[in-house]
Design a binder for this molecule. Structure first.
Ligand code: ADP
Ligand code: MG
Length: 374
């Protein structure tokens, strides 16, 4: 049984539904993530788990026991949940060590001292316990906040946008460090973020949220390579859709040729199996289009973004449709040049043809959206 389970939870503010029939399951010791645009309800879900909001419907179970439902409500202080926020929320008048010891009030002075020393070591601040928060950098303050949350050995750790106040470079490094620290303590955790790089760096399982629902709960690999709907395809990574026609359950023809899929084609969650001749939109990622001087297939460079190790080219095909191609940066071509390309697609992602056009930003119709429980 999952350590944390959310079963069809609903929550509204006034008449405004913020969380809709949201379900997820997280096994003990795993790090889950709610990833989605600002305002989609991520913080509200964390507040429900922590016990700061009452559910309108559904149930939350932690360690096998119901902590929230329409009939049951365990107060926050009895849930054994640790929290880390964007703004660190350290006590300015307490030293670093006293901050970490804050949640250990029931224990003996000796036990507190040894636990604080252990956590200071774990977060890489072994001899900094006597300093005060204002003497520490943002990254150090966030590690102190993490140590404080972990000190009482919480049953669950919740992190709400913990890296948002840090500059980009530090954010990336700290996200890997935070994952290592959480894993070293075998803590089950849920991270909330709008940043997919953070989600990928920290989490084992990620739920893509949109308008109060989880669109897909899956591994980072599957979210990128096998998005369940257009919203996920759009939100994770880059790509474009090309119009295609299904030939059989593993082949679809597009302007660039025939794509052979290693797995049967499924065009969206309500697809009963693609039939010969159906029109579909085919997702092509920048790594699906490979630059190859020897290829007879040519496309015109219309835009290029230099990214250091590689260049992201936007290429125009004969029909006028555009695709993206990620190319090692020593293949430097000018705008207007026609370059050889070839397809390198492993499993083909298709969605039913939508009259709204080929734009990736098309949102899935509500009936195609369903929360997948783990
Ligand atoms: P996220 O964390 O994904 O940015 P939130 O969970 O903070 O989103 O908010 C989701 C929606 O709920 C937003 O439209 C927000 O304005 C609304 N909301 C959040 N908290 C409250 C509240 N206490 N009262 C009324 N509306 C709220
Ligand atoms: Mg939030």
């Amino acid at each position: 049984m999952p350590h944390l389970q959310l079963i069809d939870i609903d929550l509204a503010f006034g008449g405004h539904k913020v969380v809709r029939k949201l379900s997820l399951g997280l096994e003990k010791g795993r790090i889950g993530c709610l990833l989605g645009p600002s305002g989609c309800g991520k913080t509200t879900v964390l507040r429900c788990i922590a016990g700061f909001e009452r559910l309108a419907a559904g149930e939350i179970r932690l360690g096998g026991a119901t902590v929230s439902s329409t009939r049951t409500y365990v107060p926050p202080e009895r849930r054994r949940i640790g929290m880390v926020f964007q703004d660190y929320a350290l006590f300015p008048h307490l030293s670093v060590g006293e901050n970490i010891a804050f949640g250990l009030r029931g224990e003996t002075a000796a036990a507190r001292r040894s636990r604080v020393a252990e956590l200071l070591g774990l977060v890489g601040l072994a001899d900094q316990g006597d300093k005060y928060p204002h003497e520490m950098s943002g990254g150090q303050q966030q590690r102190i906040a993490l140590a404080r949350a972990l000190a009482p050995r919480p049953s669950l750790l919740l992190l709400d946008e913990p890296f948002s106040n840090l500059d980009v470079e530090l954010r990336e490094r700290l996200s890997y460090e935070v994952r290592d620290i959480i894993k070293a303590t075998h803590t089950t955790a849920i991270l909330v973020t709008h940043d997919q790089h953070e989600a990928f760096a920290v989490a084992d399982d990620i739920g893509i949220m949109h308008e109060g629902r989880i669109q897909q709960w899956d591994t980072p690999y599957n979210l990128y390579h096998r998005p369940a709907n257009r919203f996920v395809a759009d939100f994770i990574g880059q790509g474009v859709f090309l119009r295609g026609r299904v030939l059989n359950d593993r082949e679809v023809s597009v302007e660039l040729g025939t794509l052979n899929s290693t797995v049967p084609l499924v065009c969206g969650e309500d697809c009963g199996g693609c039939t010969h001749g159906s029109d579909v939109d085919v997702l092509l990622r920048p790594d699906d289009i490979v630059h190859d001087d020897a290829s007879a297939l040519k496309a015109e460079v219309v835009h290029k973004a230099f990214r250091g190790a590689d260049i992201l080219y936007t290429l125009r095909l004969a029909s006028g449709a555009k695709v993206l191609s990620l190319v090692p940066s020593h293949h430097n071509h000018a705008i207007g040049e026609r370059i050889g390309i070839r397809l390198d697609v492993d499993h083909v992602v298709t969605f039913q043809d939508e009259s709204t056009g080929l734009n990736l930003s098309a949102h899935p119709p509500a009936d195609r959206v369903s929360a997948a429980a783990a």
